[in-house]
Write a protein that binds this ligand. Sequence first.
Ligand SMILES: [Zn+2]
Length: 264
Amino acid sequence: MEVADRVLVRRYAELDLSVGLVMGDGGCLVVDTRGDERQGAELAAEVRRITRDPWTVVITHSHFDHSFGTRPFLECAVWAQEGCRTDLIEGGAGTKDTWARRYREEGRPGIADDIEKTDIVLPDHLVTDRAELAVGGRRVVMAHFGRGHSSNDLVVHVPDAGVVFAGDLVENGAPPAYGDAYPLEWPTAVDGLLGLTGDGDVIVPGHGDPVDRAFVIAQHAEIAALAGLCEEVAAGWMHVQDAVRLSPYPEDTTRTALRRSAEP
Ligand SMILES: [Zn+2]
């Protein structure tokens, strides 16, 4: 669907993933490439049905469902935060094993095979804090506001359209995922994202339907509340059970956040 002028979002049933396409004059930008090479090829074919323009790829963070489908897009520039490259080098093979096993246990050997066969592409254009692109003459800003959902969340802002691709810093339809998160730092990253937006802007989460600024402000309050609980438990001022009871999120999400915030 077109969420703003020549900014498209495609939602997939698998993991309810949302990917993006920003079109300029004579160039386009693909935001995330899906979870394996076969899925990436399917996405590339869909983009090709919409535009023949050369593409650039940007990866919002290193998690496999956003980054493993890049191979079919080559040769092209692949942008990401610098921690994304590190994470894919250090953790990519392990992630393939983990998710292939998980899909096999779920009775889905096809997708498990696809993940195992995937050749992970390392991003070759790295962002530290901020970088700008001209996508067919259209300005796109990529920004990293510190660690949050992952070590390498990169927000993609299309100022002329009032659209921000949030990666998994914002989640719609499920609680935010804390498995690789930095719970105490996450609110600051969302603050940075909110600083890019105004009323009427569209924020595209990594999973689920696009949302408005009010949704992100509400989610920010929730992750800040959970960060506060994590701090109180870490300081010994609160029992885990009380944090679970007071948390805005389900018990498993809260326990994952508590564990992550206690890790060095
Ligand atoms: Zn993620």
